[in-house]
Design a protein around this ligand. Structure first.
Ligand SMILES: Nc1ncnc2c1ncn2[C@@H]1O[C@H](COP(=O)(O)OP(=O)(O)OP(=O)(O)O)[C@@H](O)[C@H]1O
Length: 453
């Protein structure tokens, strides 16, 4: 479909001539005065308008044209309006630009110049439209910056809304890269503590010997190198939220101290005698199986129950297939905008490949693949190769019976794994094969073994 262009000019001959010149590239609609221009605009809603300032009943002065300009922009401020003015009329053309016109041309209009300018207008209008659509999409489909329209994610957002208003400790579970830290931030931002600090600490990233003083702080001289008193993260989070990431990695002696803090809301700095009252809401997260840790004696049960007053599980990305496209689109738009590579899009095969991938690294992996693809894409289309995903062009790529069989097997196995969150046993049952057979098939077909037992 050709883009729609409205030409407003009181001279019938010029209108017809312009229409004839531009009809190859545009669907042209015409108007000869302000009233009919507005009428045509309301019904056809063109993105670009070519407007002569001298309109009846006073074709010799620009007032009618300027009035039309302002009314058109009131109807839709994003319309690109190009003014066509007479030779001695530059001042009025500039007045029109001041009033919101996009550009102007001086009569007699040069055809090539006109075509080029119109092309640019439609291009800018299209980009702005895409941007607005993206903004709307983002507003509609995000919760505190988290994207998701799948039922599982809407449930997560609902739970966050509810717990945020309380002070109850929250334990966030989920595989790596599923958005646990984002969820913790959302809880903080939605809580009455939102103006207080949000202090995050990754318990697995800090060596055991330093973790205690990092959390609880230390007094001057508490140990060699403690030249001055230092507040710990717990104290820094006073009045706000403390986010303990990778809580499963905290060694047992520090677990005891954390438990005391949770019970009494008081801490002592390392080497200190004085108790300090702390008012911080605790949100913890882990991708480890704490139940296993408790059974194996590496995680204290009493601490678990203190932390897990409310539990939120972030689903793996393969369990929210309907969000994959949204996440990929938004990430692509954001990143391509950042590096100035606009108007990119995924080709149909790339979308299929995105939907079929099992995403062992979840949203983080998706972000990384998309960012890389934005850099690698050579034209305007992102391909499966740019995403480093296997192309899935379906029947077209299959040439032998063996390949066809393997394609079907691959598809069925991937579907079963996705359905059962990557768990081998139920997937094998569904497919009617034994677990070892399923493993063998996965090996043969090159399906990654990120799946869980
Ligand atoms: N629902 C979402 N919408 C948009 N971006 C998301 C979403 N979930 C995660 N992300 C993005 O994915 C990346 C990983 O998120 P985050 O760090 O919160 O995950 P995590 O579960 O805490 O990971 P880890 O367990 O490895 O610490 C971040 O860049 C984050 O912005």
């Amino acid at each position: 479909m050709k883009p729609l262009l409205l030409i407003v000019d009181d001279d019938e001959e010029i209108r017809t001539q312009m229409k004839w010149t531009l009809a190859q590239d545009y669907e042209v609609v015409l108007a000869g005065d302000r009233g009919s221009a507005l009428e045509v605009f309301r019904s056809a809603h063109p993105a670009v308008v070519l407007l002569d300032l001298g309109l009846p009943p006073q074709p010799a002065n620009p007032e009618e044209g300027l009035a039309a300009l302002s009314e058109l922009l009131t109807l839709d401020s994003s319309t690109k309006i190009v003014i066509v003015s007479g030779q001695g009329d530059k001042d009025n053309a500039l007045r029109a630009i001041g009033a919101g016109a996009y550009d102007f041309l001086v009569k007699p209009v040069e055809v090539e110049e006109l075509k080029l300018l119109l092309k640019r207008c439609f291009h800018v209008a299209q980009l702005e439209k895409e941007y607005r659509r993206m903004q709307q999409l983002l507003q509609a489909d995000t919760f505190e910056g988290m994207l998701g329209t799948s039922r599982v994610m809407r449930n997560v957002f609902d739970t966050i809304r509810k717990v945020a208003t309380t002070d109850a400790p929250v334990l966030i579970l989920g595989e790596s890269g599923t958005g646990k830290e984002m969820a913790a931030q959302a809880i903080h931002r939605r809580s009455p503590r939102k103006d207080g600090p949000f202090v995050a600490i990754n318990c697995s990233a800090i060596p055991e010997t330093l973790l205690e003083s990092e959390l609880f702080g230390h007094e001057k001289g508490a140990f060699t190198g403690a030249h001055a008193m230092r507040k710990g993260r717990i104290e820094t989070a006073n009045g706000g939220t403390l986010f303990l990431d990778e809580i499963g990695e905290v060694p047992l002696p520090i677990q005891v101290k954390l438990l005391r803090f949770l019970q009494e809301k008081r801490i002592e700095r390392v080497g200190g005698r004085q108790e300090i009252n702390i008012d911080a809401r605790v949100v913890a997260a882990t991708n480890a199986d704490l139940k296993k840790g408790m059974a194996g004696g590496t995680f204290r049960e009493d601490l678990f129950y203190r932390l897990a007053v409310v539990q939120i599980t972030l689903p793996a990305l393969r369990e929210r297939e309907s969000d994959v496209k949204l996440l990929a689109q938004c990430c692509m738009q954001r990143y391509s905008g950042q590096i100035g590579k606009n108007a990119l899009a995924f080709d149909a095969e790339a979308v299929r490949a995105l939907m079929r991938h099992l995403w062992p690294g979840n949203v983080r992996e998706l972000e990384n693949r998309v960012k890389r693809a934005v850099i690698m894409a050579e034209g305007k289309r992102i391909t499966p190769q740019d995403l480093e995903l296997e192309s899935v062009s379906g029947a077209a790529a299959v040439t032998t019976l063996k390949e066809a069989r393997e394609a079907v097997e691959r598809e069925m196995i991937q579907n079963a794994l996705r359905k059962h969150s990557g768990k081998i046993a139920p997937a094998a049952v569904e497919l009617g094969v034994s677990r070892p057979t399923l493993y063998e098939l996965m090996e043969k077909l090159g399906i990654a073994r990120e799946a869980k037992e």
